[in-house]
Structure formats: structure tokens, C-alpha cells
Write a protein that binds this ligand. Sequence first.
Ligand code: HEM
Length: 463
Amino acid sequence: MTTVFHFFFVPFSIGMAFVVAIMETMYVVKKNETYKKMAQFWGKIFLLSFAVGVVTGIIQEFQFGMNWSNYSRFMGDIFGAPLAIEALLAFFMESVFIGVWMFTWNRFKPAVHVWFIWLTMIGSMCSAIWILAANSFMQHPTGFAINQATGRVKMTSFADIITNPQLWKVFPHVITGAILTAATVVVGIAAFGLLRKHNHDFFKKSMRIGLWISLFAAIAVIVAGDFQTQQIIKDQPMKFAATEGVYKDTGKSAPWTVIASFDTDKHETKSSIEIPKVLSLLAYHKTTGSVQGMNSLNQELHAKYDKKFGADMNYYVPVKTVFWSFRVMAGGAALLLLTSILGLFFTRKNKDTIENKRWLLWVLGICTYTPFVFNSAGWLITELGRYPWLVYGLQTIADGVSPTTTAGQLWFTNIVYFLMFSLMGAVMVFYSRKIMIKGPDDDGAGYGATANNDPFSKEAFGR
Ligand code: HEM
């Protein structure tokens, strides 16, 4: 629960840093004040998401110690270095430059000031690298040995940890997903602005920038997603089989299951709609090539790990969640690609008719909320698809939990976290509303409490 909530804000703030940096760069290049206003207006939303992202992240550090003490002990030698570098270098860089950027608009020339937001963005991306380096070890351990005296993992090669192939597949996907998230939000809020017919030039320009960024990001997220798929076929075939709902080994050319229902007790597909050959195409980029099913993979994993982890292990991942999450995430890429193309088409030079296409403005507006769902779906695949491992092949989830933490304590802390997070979410929505109601003009010109572009307002859904 805490990770999913944290993950609402992190990709959004990473992506917003990039979008705001592009806007300010356009101000420097074109010397048009509207772009400055844009960087300042969207920059405020970025700052809010950054703040909530940081606070929700800190809580997870406590959880390592409280709920996952065995895991923290087992992994400390590996986890420690990337997390320390993340805090001391990347996060400090990001926090320092975000502050400098925020308070020095009138103190530096535009061509100098723009560097601060780019440095903030680089800091946030470096931060993502170190966090993902730690997570990639959990997905695909590299550069380690088991200390026979303590039974814990110890680092043998820092280079192997940071050149983990999993890391360099997941990083581009997460970053392009983050940029797509931010661009979609900018487009969506601008669409609400245009629906309310406010500050036309500001919202139209914001929308065009957002649409171009989301077009490129949607294409990039699909390409990066394909690379990542190739990686999990190699490293975590059970996860891949679950994303595609494959229980039995397929024939020479594998059909792609569009939708299906499963009997997870009997480990079989009850009914499905399939398209011939397409799974081979997705997995191997050719029309032939078989995909191993979960049933035979389960037997292989038992043969490999029973001696160490016991014969009562269940190696089947939560198939329904992983299967449907994958469809939501990949479908999301297709949806946002389509909306970007439509948006760009109807805002093209000399033939800009988007104001007359209120249905499209509504679609773009409603899409504001969707990338958060797609990111969470991706995260669920990554984390639940690794079941039953906490650290793949080395430590199970059951072995990683704190031995002294009781179910009652877990319930209690999780309810407290839930309440705290709900409060933080409410604060974020409250201040975002304020910023949006005030609008891009400092004096609030053209904006009133009842005429706003706030996507959380009753009005947004009322007309
Ligand atoms: C056709 C499009 C897509 C494909 C083929 C794809 C593929 C994948 C795969 C295979 C994973 C699991 C990786 C692993 O477990 O190591 C994944 C995870 C993920 N995906 Fe996608 N994806 C697509 C679209 C999207 C979109 C549109 C978003 C967000 C806007 C997104 C965000 C994510 C995130 C955040 C993760 C979790 C990454 C992590 O931290 O490990 N994906 N994706």
C-alpha cells in the first residue's frame, strides 16, 4: 500500500521536472513570456508532487527496519551502498537545485536560471537509477556471494551491481513512463482550461508542448517495454508466462491471449480469446518460437530449489493480477499514443479546431488520471510477478519479514500509514486546486473561484 501510494508521486515528479525544463528552455530560446509563465505555473505542481514523494518515501525506509528486518539484515551489504549514494549525491543534488531554481527567478539571467531545473531533473533521474539498482538486484541478483558464516549476501562487485542488465532495461521504461505521466497531466489540465475557455494562449501552448512530449514518450515507453519484456523472458520466465496467461507450453508458434479467465486452483485457463502467432511475435519478433508455460516452469523451479527451500513452495505468481495489470499498462500506452496523435492533429497550424471538438477535450481531460493507474499496474507486475521471492532465488518473502512483528502490529501501522497518506494526498489535492484555481496569472486575471480549470472540481464533471 505504501509503495503504490509513493509510486503515484515519484514518476509524476520525475516527469514534471523534465516537462518544466523543456518549457523553461523554450522561454530561453524563444524569449516569449508565456513559456516563463508555463514553467512557473507547472513548476508549482511539480514542487508539490516532489514534497509528497519525499515524505512518502521516508516512511518506507522505516518499514525496512520494522516489517522487513530479516530482509534488511540479509540484503544490507548490497542495499546500503546504492541507497546511501542515492541520498548523498542524487537526492541532495535534486533538493539543492530545486530550492535554487524556486527562489532565484529574478536573480539570474534566464539562460543561467534554466540550468537549475535541468540539474534538478538530472538529480531526480540519478536518484531513480540508484533506487532501481537496488530493486534490480532483487529481480536479478548480480555481483554478490553468500557469506557462509552469516548466511547473508555480500557485495563482490559494485560494477556488476550497476551494470545489472535488468537495471538498464527497467530504467528507460520507468523514465519514459514518468515523462508520459507528466505530459498527460499537463495536456489534461490544459484541456480542462480550454473547456472553460480560459487563458487560451497559455493553455493551448501548454497543451501543444504536452502533446509532443507525450507522443514521443508513448512511443519510447513501448520500445523500452519491449526491451524489458525480452529481459524477463530470460530472467523471470514465470513472470512472463503469467503476464500472458500461459499455463501449458505453447506449440511452435505461440498464440497471444487477448482476454481470459483462469482457474488458479487447478492451474488452467478456463476460457480465452486468442490471436494466432502474435505471442511469438511479441516475445521473439518472429512468427515462430514457443513460450514455456507456468506448469512446466513450476516443476523446473521445484527441481532447482526444493533442496534449499522445501517442497511445499508455491512458485505460481498471482496470475490474474499480473495478467490483467499487463493489459491495463500496455493498453494505456496505446490509449495515450492515440490521444497524443489526435490532439496534435486537431491543434495543427492553420487548422486548429480543437475548441470545437469538446469530446476530445473531455477525453484528454479525463486521461489526466490514467497514467497513475498504468504506473501502478506496471509496478504490480514487477513486484507480484517475482512471487514467492523477495530476492530472486535467494530469499523468499516469508523469510524476509520481521520475526517479532505480529499481524496486529502490521494492521495497526498500516492503518496509521493509510490515514497519514490519505491526509497527505488530500493536502496535495487541496494545494493543487488552489494553484489551478488561481491560474497562471499572478493576479488571477480571468480566473474566479467558480470559473476554473481544476480537474478535481465539481464543475469539471458537472457540464
Ligand atoms: C506496450 C507498452 C508496454 C510494455 C510492453 C510494457 C512492459 C513492461 C514490463 C514487461 C514490465 C515488467 C518488468 C519487470 O518486471 O521487470 C513493466 C513494468 C512497468 N511498466 Fe510497463 N510496459 C508498457 C507500457 C507502460 C506504460 C504506458 C507505463 C506508464 C505510463 C508503464 C510503466 C511501467 C512501470 C512503472 C513498471 C514497473 C517498473 C519497475 O519499477 O520495475 N508501462 N512494463
